[in-house]
Write a protein that binds this ligand. Structure first.
Ligand SMILES: [Zn+2]
Length: 112
């Protein structure tokens, strides 16, 4: 009786282990999902500095339309990682935006 149980146990255990081997091959079985490209929320802009490509050395603080591309709805300056502006130009841009705010071309905070 006990023999039978033992043999059954080993029998059932062996194939399971064998089948787990190949299927768990590269990185284990993974349910479909996640897919390519996790960040779909923000559409990705080309990650090159706009000012570098257009060879704008100093950011014109009077160009409101240009600056508005780099501030959010609420009047906040959009971080560099979202706009793709390089460090140098982001700093100049920030200064330009603050300058523009001071002469009331741009809002410090808009709405609400
Ligand atoms: Zn740049």
């Amino acid at each position: 009786m006990s023999e039978e149980i033992q043999s059954k146990a080993t029998e059932s255990a062996a194939p399971a282990a064998a089948s787990a081997g190949p299927s768990a091959g590269p990185r284990g079985p993974r349910p479909a999902g996640g897919g390519p490209g996790g960040r779909g929320k923000f559409f990705r802009r080309k990650k090159v500095c706009k000012f570098c490509t257009e060879k704008i050395d100093s950011v014109p603080y009077r160009d409101v339309r240009l600056l508005q591309g780099f501030i959010a709805e609420r009047g906040k300056i959009v971080p560099r990682r979202l706009t793709g502006v390089c460090t140098t130009h982001q700093r100049r841009l920030t200064r330009a935006i603050k300058q523009a705010r001071n002469i009331a071309l741009l809002p410090f905070a808009s709405g609400f």
